[in-house]
Design a protein around this ligand. Structure first.
Ligand SMILES: [Zn+2]
Length: 104
């Protein structure tokens, strides 16, 4: 389960002004502190974001990264088995096979 950061808007309590709280992504965000009932706001946590750095990271996350190499020519930096290295404008057979990455 992901960890979210909440901050007490007014006072603080034994949890601290800012505290982490583990909950399902389907759970509603906390509005009140479970300890002191103080009003909370959700913080944008640094740990919530993991920025992909390599082309392999992008591929593993299901992204396709295209880099323009020429007019109408794009290199597929995240190509998977069977995919063309270059995507050429007007040649749909060179486009990435999205059926391998999009499941729903
Ligand atoms: Zn509290």
């Amino acid at each position: 389960m992901p960890i979210y950061e909440y901050e007490h808007v007014d006072s603080s309590c034994v949890r601290g002004k800012i505290f982490e709280f583990k909950q399902s992504i389907n759970d509603p965000r906390l509005r009140q502190c479970p300890t002191c009932n103080g009003i909370l706001r959700k913080r944008i946590s640094q740990v919530a974001f993991s920025i992909p750095k390599t082309n392999t990271d992008y591929r593993n996350l299901g992204f396709t990264k295209l880099v323009k190499r020429d007019n109408g020519v794009y290199e597929n930096m995240t190509r998977r088995d069977g995919e063309s290295r270059y995507m050429v404008n007007g040649k749909p057979e060179t486009a990435p096979d999205f059926s391998k990455t999009i499941n729903d």
